[in-house]
Design a protein around this ligand. Structure first.
Ligand code: HEM
Length: 338
């Protein structure tokens, strides 16, 4: 595994180009809970069979979505560590695949699961997928999307497609509120540890920072529905005008929903807050997020590997540490075979 060089062309451009037409997935191709990964696979920016690698994810998200390499490598690293095989450098964007073997010595169970597997990265309160305990956590759910769009009708900006058809921060806040509130009530095993709560807010923000048309800067209902529902680039779409690195939007959503802290339902369905990250990992939200990922999501057996396997794990955990703002690193310590 090698971190690819940063892309040199960093402006907007029309996507897809002629080399990347939409081809619907075949019956053996993997697709899963991420609308961006599904879209990239449907257009061949990553392998069309849905089995991809660390480098391919970075190059594909840079070219098609103009992601900054730091953000691209961070997302690739956490997913590869939690649900991929970092020894052979393969990961399924859906479920278990014959093309992604178990880890050497089956140190994380008999199969490598793929990003659709619940619990480490995939989690509750998604916009367009059910919670795993009450439905299908992998495929687009029209009813959930319609509920999200009800918030757009109430809070959206006016745009070329009509009144209240353009996503803004208030719409994302109200969508997050609705998804969290309804899943807390409906899902007896509802859980949003800090890594998951951050991801709920982060994924919402990608609607405006990554999926918006790079020329108009607008995230219209038509554009966003194309990504979520049809898993294809909308016609006449341009990637972001400059490389996308963080965004202020997740913090704005969090600030608007102070009642939503990391936590989970107890056996009576009552929401209970999680204890905070221990010192010194409570120094910032980013550091607590890193601590939670390494302690509870990245399998602990990855701490004891050797050779090329270790080199790859060190590269990936190093990327997460560098982005964490923590002063101290954490060795992988999460449960295995879950
Ligand atoms: C251009 C970069 C990316 C964008 C714009 C993006 C966008 C999104 C969005 C909007 C969701 C939320 C879906 C929903 O709530 O219904 C999501 C979920 C997800 N993404 Fe991505 N993603 C990106 C990169 C990645 C990468 C590189 C991976 C892993 C290889 C990944 C894995 C996932 C997973 C596992 C989920 C499910 C989380 C959940 O809702 O439980 N994403 N992504």
């Amino acid at each position: 595994m090698v971190l690819p060089p940063r892309q040199t062309e960093t402006g907007t451009k029309r996507v897809p180009d002629a080399d990347h037409p939409f081809i619907a997935p075949g019956p053996n191709d993997m697709r899963g809970p991420c609308p961006a990964m599904n879209t990239l696979a449907n257009h061949g920016y990553i392998s069309r069979n849905g089995i991809t690698s660390f480098e391919e994810i970075i190059l594909g998200t840079e070219e098609a979505f103009n992601l900054n390499r730091d953000m691209a490598s961070n997302m690739a690293a956490i997913n590869m560590l939690t649900r991929g095989n970092p020894f052979v450098n393969k990961i399924s964007i859906g479920g278990v695949s014959p093309f992604v073997p178990p880890l050497p010595g089956k140190i994380d169970g008999p199969e490598t699961q793929g990003i659709a597997k619940h619990g480490r990265f995939e989690g509750d309160a998604s916009m367009t997928r059910s919670d795993v305990h009450i439905g299908d956590n992998r495929n687009f759910n029209q009813t959930l999307w319609d509920m999200d769009l009800e918030q757009l009708v109430k809070f959206g900006d006016d745009g070329p497609d009509g009144p209240a058809t353009v996503f803004n921060v208030q719409t994302l806040i109200e969508m997050a509120r609705q998804n969290l509130e309804s899943d807390q009530v409906l899902d007896p095993e509802f859980a949003i540890p800090i890594r998951r709560l951050n991801l709920v807010f982060g994924a919402q923000s990608l609607i405006m920072s990554v999926f918006a048309n790079g020329t108009t800067q607008q995230a219209t209902k038509h554009i966003i529905t194309s990504f979520f529902m049809n898993q294809t680039f909308p016609e006449n779409w341009f990637r972001a005008a400059s490389p996308v690195l963080g965004s202020p939007i997740p913090a704005q959503i969090a600030a608007a929903l102070p009642e939503w802290v990391p936590g989970h339902n107890d056996e009576n369905g009552v929401f209970v807050a999680d204890p905070p990250a221990p010192a010194p990992f409570n120094s910032s939200g980013g550091c607590a997020n890193y601590w939670d990922n390494l302690s509870n999501a990245v399998p602990g057996t990855l701490a004891n590997v050797t050779g090329i396997f270790k080199q790859n794990v060190d590269l990936l955990t190093g990327i997460l540490f560098n982005a964490s703002s923590c002063a101290e690193s954490v060795a992988p310590a999460g449960p295995t075979n879950v």
